[in-house]
Design a protein around this ligand. Structure first.
Ligand SMILES: Cc1cc2nc3c(=O)[nH]c(=O)nc-3n(C[C@H](O)[C@H](O)[C@H](O)COP(=O)(O)O)c2cc1C
Length: 182
């Protein structure tokens, strides 16, 4: 089995966040050869281009984790038809670096009605030269379910959707290792 390292980011800072729960469930469901590091976008300062060349520990950590990862997993909510502020902020910190371009991205949408933020997120990722792996896309209806991480893992349909997405994602990464565009 080829070992893979993934960085996973939730775009919600809410304690009971469905997106964070989905990321947590994915981490627990992942097989041993896939190491998932869960990043924290809530620690980042508000993006300011004037600070891009200043060493900021949380920004350095995000960039290092992404540089060391073979792929990025994003689960992020929709607020007022837009990308959540914390997620957009994190992506803004990554725009000028060389960690993001060519990186494969797995998207998890925990609220299938939230189409606007997902479209916007896809556009931002494309603009930043990331590659959304379509066959790894997971849409799971968690909104209103009251499920936490354990509840998701115990739900056969949700757990198998996450596992299937992860396997497709890792296959895509392995199939394109060595490509110039990731
Ligand atoms: C301020 C605010 C605005 C929201 N706007 C939308 C929206 O435009 N479309 C939508 O589908 N859901 C919207 N929602 C619902 C959230 O996307 C939903 O509660 C989601 O589960 C939040 O993610 P989380 O559970 O990971 O925190 C909004 C929620 C809040 C708090």
């Amino acid at each position: 089995m080829v070992k893979l390292a993934l960085l996973a980011l939730s775009g919600s800072l809410r304690t009971e966040s469905y997106n964070s729960a989905a990321i947590g469930a994915l981490e627990e469901l992942s097989p041993d050869h896939i190491e998932i590091t869960v990043g924290d976008v809530g620690m980042l300062p508000i993006f300011n281009p004037d600070l891009e060349h200043t060493k900021i520990a949380s920004v350095e950590q995000l960039k290092d984790s992404l540089a060391r990862s073979d792929g990025l997993v994003i689960a992020s909510p929709e607020y007022a038809h837009g990308i959540s502020g914390p997620m957009k902020n994190a992506l803004d910190w990554l725009v000028s670096g060389d960690e993001f371009p060519g990186k494969r991205v797995m998207l998890i949408n925990t609220s299938p009605r939230a189409i606007h933020a997902e479209q916007a997120l896809r556009e931002v990722i494309r603009t930043m030269s990331g590659i959304v792996v379509e066959r790894a896309y997971v849409s799971i209806p968690l909104l209103g379910s009251n499920l936490n991480k354990s509840g998701i893992i115990q739900n056969t349909d949700l757990a198998s959707a996450l596992r299937a997405g992860l396997i497709e994602f890792c296959e895509s990464i392995n199939n394109h290792k060595g490509d110039d565009n990731g």
